[in-house]
Design a protein around this ligand. Sequence first.
Ligand code: SF4
Length: 353
Amino acid sequence: MRLRRASRAIRIGDVTVGGGAPVVVQSMAKTDTRNVKATIDQIKGLEECGCQLVRVAVPDREAAEAIPAIKQGINIPLIADIHFDYRLALMAIEGGVDGLRINPGNIQDEEQIAQIVRAAKEREVPIRIGVNAGSLFRPGRRHLEKQESTIANQMVNAALEQIELFEKLDFELIKVALKAFDVPTTIEANRAIADKMPYPIHLGITEAGTPKKGVIRSAVGIGILLHDGIGDTIRVSLSGDSHEEVIAGYEILKSLDLSQRGPTLISCPSCGRAEVDIVALANAVEERLARLEKPIKVAVMGCVVNGPGEARDADVGIACGKGRGVIFRKGEQVRTVEEKDFLEALMAEIEAL
Ligand code: SF4
């Protein structure tokens, strides 16, 4: 794994992004922002599963007017997602958001952008320049006109052009995101921009799909870039529950040793050697572990081939055999249990830790 790319640190509320800070997991509320209660409830749920930054869509004035009340009801920093109408960005800043996201080209008037930037600067509100491949091709877009290069290059150019404008306005509280549905395009774009500017990078595969497929696309795209040392914050975009986005985000980080949050389950896939229902046991353990925040390693193994080794290596593990299983804790064999007691005995050892 490469050394992490050096990026400038910015503060979004009380969360540091970039500058070597741990990679931040974020998500986006899926409620109608105008419905303050539903939005607060959803964000509270996201906070519980470890979401560190949350974005809300601000499509109109009513949504912008809801921001102060939403801010008051939540504990994590709030980012307003703004397109087309610069006045909504000004309202969001006035309403107390901790960050803004704008898509280059969706607000084309430089004076309008300057107004947003001046207001953001005054309140020290960072702005994410968030390029989506899909929005490059909207009719009337400036970037469309000089196209001979790849989509990734066009994304990079769109972001660099906006960065240049921000810098001209003496604004450097910038975060950059280049997202596409296509994983190789996202990787190419982020690799290309990584050494062309010093700002932190937000990673994601946009419109990645339903949880089953979207988690895989995201893990591949985000994972490869993180392994390259690129990325200061991530979002897994799923057509599904936002909680799943956060859980998947942490799993990606954990798989690269970039986060220690929550338990890690090592479970064997089962095979013809297994003499117990290891799949059911692994799923039951995973469900129970979902409530824990401690970074604990748990192994659920089906037989003596790899079982004792993995179980011994974990904080708590079970190596199953015919009707019985041996439980290990911190490398020591602690007890042998009957099949009917596997789950409860394992959980008792975990809780004892
Ligand atoms: S640990 Fe045993 S049961 Fe599980 S997959 Fe490996 S050989 Fe099969």
